[in-house]
Design a protein around this ligand. Structure first.
Ligand code: 13P
Ligand code: SF4
Length: 328
């Protein structure tokens, strides 16, 4: 039986009360999913909320690494990811160790800056190459990669996290664009990985030039998962919630938004007097869009899909997340 939007919302809210649950949603979720959530935010805010919220169950509307982080931080709560196949391809671009590894030599290790390494190597390879150099794992990683890392970061705090570490070098995985942005903003040497988000990677400086011509009065914002030549051409580089703060506090009336289009919903809702244009209309993350009101209702009815990280991975992964939360 198909239900209309308000019946779906009504049923979800009823089950949420019954199960003492809260719904967390990332800024890229569908509008109707954001509207039913108790809290909508960026990766950092959602991690912080997951670690402090008082409830029995968290229904995480986002992608799997986000629900994993909630489970790592709140092991006593039932954490559900409504769509099991909502994955982040970038998180699959680095593995702790891989039986599929094909090459044993390290041709990339002598590359000149910005020190990018081929993604077919593993995290353990790069750690062995740079013993003692701290590893910063972007939260867009699997739990076992976090467990092998010293500290996590998000797009909102990467520079602060790098600056908090001892020594003059850091390994930063897996997003090369975030790492290059961090390299531009720190004196430390950033040893980067060759991962990327294909949604943000597709933006080019030509898109920025076109946007400026079409909307000369607009401020252009971009997410640090975009290429460095794009980031150097825009007015403000920040996380998704950083864009919300910037749009709220800026005196500008028009903004070009260089991130996944799901953020447009909150930008428009919270700033009805301002105008927002996407930097590219095709910045749509198919994984973030998998979650619907139907899947949220099914999650409540079927207790699916349960996300649970084994203790031997959860404990070291939590250490890396806790270190990040302590300095953010
Ligand atoms: P934020 O941490 O800025 O919310 O970004 C998460 C993400 O997946 C970006 O693609
Ligand atoms: Fe992953 Fe990119 Fe989607 Fe963010 S937008 S969840 S980095 S694929």
């Amino acid at each position: 039986m198909s239900l209309d939007r308000s019946s779906l919302q009504e049923q979800i809210l009823k089950l949420k009360e019954e199960k003492r649950a809260i719904i967390l949603a990332h800024n890229y979720q569908r509008e109707e999913v954001q509207d039913i959530a108790d809290f909508v935010g960026d990766s950092l805010e959602l991690s912080r909320t997951a670690s402090t919220v008082d409830c029995d169950m968290i229904v995480f509307c986002g992608v799997s690494f986000m629900a994993e982080s909630a489970s790592i931080l709140s092991p006593d709560k039932t954490v559900l990811l409504p769509e099991e196949a909502a994955l982040c391809p970038m998180a699959d671009m680095i593995h702790v160790d891989s039986p599929r590894r094909v090459r044993k030599s390290f041709p990339g290790f002598d590359n000149p800056p910005p020190y990018i390494y081929p993604a077919e190597f593993t995290l353990r390879d790069i750690k062995a190459k740079y013993p003692g150099v701290p590893v910063v794992a972007y939260v867009n990683t699997t739990a076992d990669v976090k467990a092998e890392s010293d500290i996590c970061c998000t797009s909102a705090n990467v520079v602060k996290v790098i600056e908090s570490l001892p020594g003059e070098e850091v390994i930063c995985v897996p997003d090369k664009n975030l790492s290059m942005w961090a390299q531009k903003n720190t004196k430390k040497r950033v040893i980067a990985w060759d991962g990327y988000c294909n949604i943000h990677e597709r933006v080019t400086p030509d898109d920025v030039r076109r946007a400026r011509t079409e909307h000369p009065a607009a401020m252009i914002m971009a997410h640090p998962e975009c290429r460095l030549d794009v980031l150097e051409a825009v007015d403000h580089v920040t996380s998704t919630s950083g864009m919300l703060r910037f749009a709220r506090s800026s005196s500008a009336q028009e903004f070009i938004v260089g991130t996944e289009i799901g953020l447009m919903h909150r930008l428009r809702k919270e700033n009805p007097e301002k105008v927002f244009y996407p930097l590219r209309k095709d910045m749509i993350c198919p994984n973030m869009k998998k979650t619907t009101l139907q899947s949220v209702l099914r999650a409540f009815l079927e207790n699916s899909h349960l996300v649970k990280v084994p203790e031997h991975i959860r404990v070291p992964a939590k250490r890396a997340l806790d270190r990040m939360l302590a300095i953010s």
